[in-house]
Write a new protein. Structure first.
Length: 95
């Protein structure tokens, strides 16, 4: 199980991906980079052994795993959608 510092580091990395690559202005290459980074995070989380975790640690772990999974699904949706919708703009695609 990742320790508290590692979970915090992964949360910061997730926040950075969301802010820089999945924000209002989106670019296909950055979306693919985000997808790769999120897949790596998910693999790390899937391999974690949570058997000895306290309830608080387990909550933090599950919360991060859910957040990364949600971001990953959002990213896949953004990659498939090659047009601007609402206030989210695909900079690299013509509408």
């Amino acid at each position: 199980m990742p320790d508290a510092d590692e979970l915090s580091s992964m949360k910061r990395a997730l926040d950075l991906i969301l802010e820089s690559k999945l924000s209002v202005l989106r670019v296909g290459t950055e979306l693919n980079e985000a997808k790769d980074e999120l897949e790596t995070m998910l693999r790390r989380l899937e391999c974690a052994n949570t058997d000895l975790a306290s309830p608080e640690q387990l909550y933090s772990f599950i919360r991060l795993e859910n957040d990364v999974t949600t971001a990953y699904l959002l990213c896949l949706s953004c990659i498939e959608r090659d047009m601007s919708i609402g206030c989210h703009v695909r900079v690299d695609c013509a509408d």
